[in-house]
Design a protein around this ligand. Sequence first.
Ligand code: ADP
Ligand code: MG
Length: 252
Amino acid sequence: MNKIIEVQNLVKKYGDFEAVKGISFEVSKGEIFGLLGPNGAGKSTTLEIIETLRQKTSGKVLVDGINLDAQPNEIKKIIGVQLQTSGYYPGLNLSELIVLFGGLYNRDVNVMQLLELVNLKDKAKAKYKELSGGQKQRFSIATTLINQPKIIFLDEPTTGLDPQARHNLWALVRDIRQKGTTVIITTHYMDEAEVLCDRVAVIDSGKIIAIDSPDKLIDDLIASGFERKKEVKAATLEDVFIHLTGKSLREE
Ligand code: ADP
Ligand code: MG
């Protein structure tokens, strides 16, 4: 396994409260790796520690072989992080924002190529606040790619989106991985993890309770004798919804 992230015995305390309780995992180059868990499980805390945005209490983190304790600034150079929306100066349009962020990273950015990748070319002159929920998320993902990172971190990128916008975002994440970027994503939508992630870590109350491919985790459960109560149909209500309302995005 060609590791790009190694986390060993990571602990994070907020005062007396231990939010992350000694977790360990590895992510391979080119993977879409999911951190799954309910609200409060410790997903964002874990992500933000790896992103160098939060201090850990103890443990070891290596990103592309770089030790977080020794060279956090070297890690910053090779990762893509979703910026806080408060950084999206309201007076600027999308292409101006990308040029601005490119300047912060000291990078020449091909603005139109980047907007095309996230399917927002025709919104180049629009302001962030004028975008739909799905478009906002896609723009936010575009901002993670400005410094041509080896790894991007997406924290619940599809929360609150409608089915079409979610499917569209999954396609975008696959495109990004196709280009060789490793993706770490958090979600509490299990259907999303099942179709998108190569491997997942299930995290609950600050502990990893399972880690494997979705397929393997499902097969293990079935092998243990588990049976679904309800007959499994060949389609879901979401399939019905998308069939009725169309695959195309309403926002475009
Ligand atoms: P998740 O992203 O999985 O929902 P978080 O990592 O945001 O979980 O939070 C994990 C736990 O740590 C929660 O119980 C949360 O309330 C707590 N927590 C998060 N940030 C802070 C903070 N800055 N101060 C104190 N407690 C925090
Ligand atoms: Mg969170």
